[in-house]
Write a protein that binds this ligand. Structure first.
Ligand code: NAI
Length: 263
């Protein structure tokens, strides 16, 4: 547990499902005030359940609809956090999408959609949180959800890999720029995690087996294992950590082909 998160206010984008949802619940368990951003009206019921769970575990929560690609929606997220809970201390830029297309067939529309959600959306979240922190003299913390694909090339997902590679240097650049203000900016690079983004892939036993072969620890990660890294990075336990990509991937980036001297 991280006692310093008690009473802190955190915004989590794309928090109705998967990793974002697990982060919301975990911050709630740490008695934080959680702003759950969700994208579509279809997610309202799920967010109500998350709020109930958070309140039950001692935290406080509110759900705010918003599209991370829209400046006004991000500004509204910050406004809602401050109006509801009085401040903002932590921003978790988590929302992201992917789709599989051979690169020579990728439309400009698809490219723009992934880049604007995964990269521009995270930039807007960083910019607005930084602006608020600076204006209010808050030594806040930002965590961006990257991916092992900020390192590992991924055929048929060039827009996704480019967005995550972009998050890496965006995180490092912002970390350097705002370190003198004691604002910390880090990211997390999950490997293969059991969430809706992978539901189709993992429901096919052959595809799942193929993914498992790439994970030295031998299992698909759970969203709670990523949430555990997010609370640590956001807490004062990580007070001297900035510009880091924390890799949580069961060893996926360790060149698994070299395991047991097979390389
Ligand atoms: P997910 O599909 O459950 O979560 C993504 C969330 O983002 C959804 O709730 C969706 O509604 C929301 N979203 C999409 N577009 C949005 C928009 N324009 N505005 C606001 N919200 C929007 O999938 P998951 O796995 O939880 O993904 C969360 C993050 O983790 C993403 O950035 C993803 O790239 C990253 N990640 C996931 C991995 C995995 O294996 N599940 C591995 C590496 C990274």
């Amino acid at each position: 547990m991280y006692p310093d998160l008690n009473g802190k206010t955190v915004i989590i984008t794309g928090a109705a499902t998967g990793i974002g949802k697990a982060c919301a619940i975990r911050f709630g368990q740490e008695s934080a005030n959680v702003v759950i951003n969700y994208h579509s009206d279809k997610q309202v019921k799920e967010t109500e359940k998350i709020i109930e769970e958070i309140k039950h575990s001692g935290g406080n929560a509110v759900a705010v609809q918003g599209d991370v690609t829209k400046e006004e929606d991000i500004k509204n997220l910050i406004r809602s956090a401050v109006e509801t809970f009085g401040s903002l201390d932590i921003m978790i830029n988590n929302a992201g999408i992917e789709n599989e297309v051979p690169s020579h067939e990728l439309t400009l529309e698809d490219w723009n959609k992934v880049i604007s959600t995964n990269l521009t959306g995270q930039f807007l979240g960083c910019r607005e949180a930084l602006d608020y922190f600076l204006e209010n003299d808050i030594q806040g913390s930002i965590v961006n959800m990257s991916s092992v694909h900020e390192i590992i090339p991924w055929p048929h997902f060039v827009h996704y890999a480019a967005s995550k590679g972009g998050i890496k240097l965006m995180t490092q650049t912002l970390a350097l720029e705002y370190a003198p203000k004691k604002i910390r900016i880090n990211s997390i690079a999950p490997g293969a995690i059991n969430t809706p983004i992978n539901a189709e892939k993992f429901s096919d036993p052959k595809l799942k087996e193929g993914v498992l072969k790439l994970i030295p620890m031998g299992y698909i990660g759970e969203p709670e294992e990523i949430a555990a890294t997010a609370v640590w990075l956001a807490s004062t336990q990580a007070s001297y950590v900035t510009g880091l990509t924390l890799i949580a991937d069961g060893g996926m980036t360790l060149y698994p082909g070299f395991q047991a001297g097979k390389g």
